[in-house]
Ligand binder design. Structure first.
Ligand SMILES: C[S@@+](CC[C@H](N)C(=O)[O-])C[C@H]1O[C@@H](n2cnc3c(N)ncnc32)[C@H](O)[C@@H]1O
Ligand SMILES: Nc1nc2[nH]cc(C(=O)O)c2c(=O)[nH]1
Ligand code: SF4
Ligand SMILES: [Mg+2]
Length: 207
């Protein structure tokens, strides 16, 4: 897991940063700067960024430099993802981003305590490690990945744990998309509190 990362959040293991279009969930279609932090111990067998798991492979980078890079792009929204970004104290990074007029969005599995100030929290809970209730309480969006039929019941369990008004999404696991997408379409038509989220960046062939 994490190497000697100072707990003040001034240095973070940065895997990659890229300017693209948010492909998933509520903010789909909006330009955003992505910050991908290394390190994750949740172990989803279908994870589409396994290269992120070992934090040691990703250089400790000053948060200030990440903020400077984010400022160079026309969109004033940043998505912090990983890996599991909440392994780290994100108070400093998000304070600096917001002071620069940049909105802060996070993608998280919720298995670590919440840090940082967020304009939008996307919680994607996993069967492999339970999310913390404090993250569910703060989530603006619940995005459950559907790998098999049993994941619909899992999604409903988590819908009971988020606040009223939290957006609810079902997203097909990419390799199972052909089988699961029709089931999600049916499910959403029968249970319209849910919406479908697709990984549109993969169809667009963009990062
Ligand atoms: C790579 S994760 C990183 C952030 C955090 N660890 C998490 O899981 O929320 C970013 C998003 O991609 C989703 N995801 C990962 N692998 C996927 C796959 N094979 N198919 C569909 N969604 C996937 C995750 O559930 C999460 O919503
Ligand atoms: N375009 C694009 N949108 C995304 N939304 C969430 C992503 C992630 O990996 O966290 C992601 C990603 O990797 N690319
Ligand atoms: S929690 Fe996120 S980064 Fe970690 S293994 Fe699962 S999908 Fe991948
Ligand atoms: Mg991704």
């Amino acid at each position: 897991m994490a190497h000697q990362v100072p707990d003040d959040g001034t240095l973070l293991p940065l895997m990659e940063e890229f300017y693209t279009i948010q492909g998933e969930g509520y903010h789909t279609g909006k330009a955003a700067y992505f910050i991908r932090l290394g390190g994750c111990d949740v172990g989803c067998h279908w994870c589409d960024v396994k290269e992120s798991w070992d934090a040691e492979l990703h250089p400790l980078t000053p948060a200030e430099r990440i903020v400077e890079n984010a400022q160079r792009h026309p969109s004033k929204a940043v998505v912090v993802t990983g890996g599991e970004p909440l392994i780290y104290n994100l108070d400093y990074l998000t304070a600096q981003l917001q002071q620069s007029g940049i909105q802060t969005f996070i993608e998280t599995s919720g298995v670590y305590p919440l840090s940082g100030n967020w304009d939008w929290i996307c919680l994607s809970p996993k069967k492999f490690k339970a999310p913390m209730q404090q993250v569910a309480d703060a989530a603006n969006e619940l995005k459950v990945i559907i790998f098999n039929k049993s994941d619909f019941a899992f999604a409903e369990e988590h819908a009971l744990r988020v606040k009223a008004g939290c957006k609810l999404y079902l997203q097909p696991e990419w390799s199972r998309s052909k089988e699961m997408t029709p089931l999600i379409v049916d499910y959403v038509m029968n249970n319209p509190k849910w919406e479908i989220s697709l990984q549109t960046h993969k169809y667009l062939n963009i990062p």
